[in-house]
Design a protein around this ligand. Structure first.
Ligand code: HEC
Length: 142
């Protein structure tokens, strides 16, 4: 508040001070409501709210794995665009790289594998744990 009054030129009439004060309060209220809007999306509390990575419970190919691959892999790896000769985006092809070790080797940036997703940020620990869990359970089509 000290800052607000210091930017008012000296000799400003009391009426102007009042307007300035009201403006500051409105601004504070506005920022305050923005804060709450963001908090809702940043810290979702309801189950199933998008944005949260959930590796707990049974990891299913359809519910947990495909969404990760869709955002991070399928644009470069599909039947029509098999970058580096790696096909993905069908269960059989996703299962094949899961079981031959190339999937986890590349996404965990293990030595000897080309780090994936290429040119993008490494998958989060939660996404890696989710995929690991799916592979360890036999890369099922569930
Ligand atoms: C921007 C394009 C792009 C994206 C996104 C991408 N890849 Fe790749 N991927 C490539 C290219 C190109 C190669 C060939 C090797 C190289 O150039 O590094 C490759 C190679 C691979 C290989 C073979 C690696 C090896 O060392 O044998 C695997 C497995 C793979 N990608 C899996 C994935 C997975 C899983 C994802 C998603 C998490 C993914 N890629 C995302 C372009 C991409």
């Amino acid at each position: 508040m000290r800052k607000v009054s210091s930017i008012i030129p000296s000799g400003t009439s009391p009426a102007w001070r009042k307007v300035n004060l009201l403006g500051s309060i409105c601004l504070l209220l506005l920022l305050h409501s923005c804060y709450y809007d963001k908090a809702d999306t940043l810290y979702p509390t309801k189950a199933g709210t998008s944005g949260a990575c959930d590796s707990a419970g049974v990891v299913t190919y359809s519910q947990k794995i495909i969404p990760i691959f869709q955002t991070a892999c399928y644009s470069c790896h599909s039947i029509s665009n098999p970058s580096g000769g790696i096909v993905m985006a069908t269960y059989a092809s996703d299962r094949a790289i899961a079981l031959n070790g190339k999937l986890f080797g590349s996404i965990s940036h293990a030595s000897g594998y080309s780090p994936m997703p290429k040119g993008m940020a490494k998958l989060t620990n939660c996404q890696l744990a989710t995929i690991k869990k799916w592979i360890d359970a036999g890369a099922l089509n569930n």
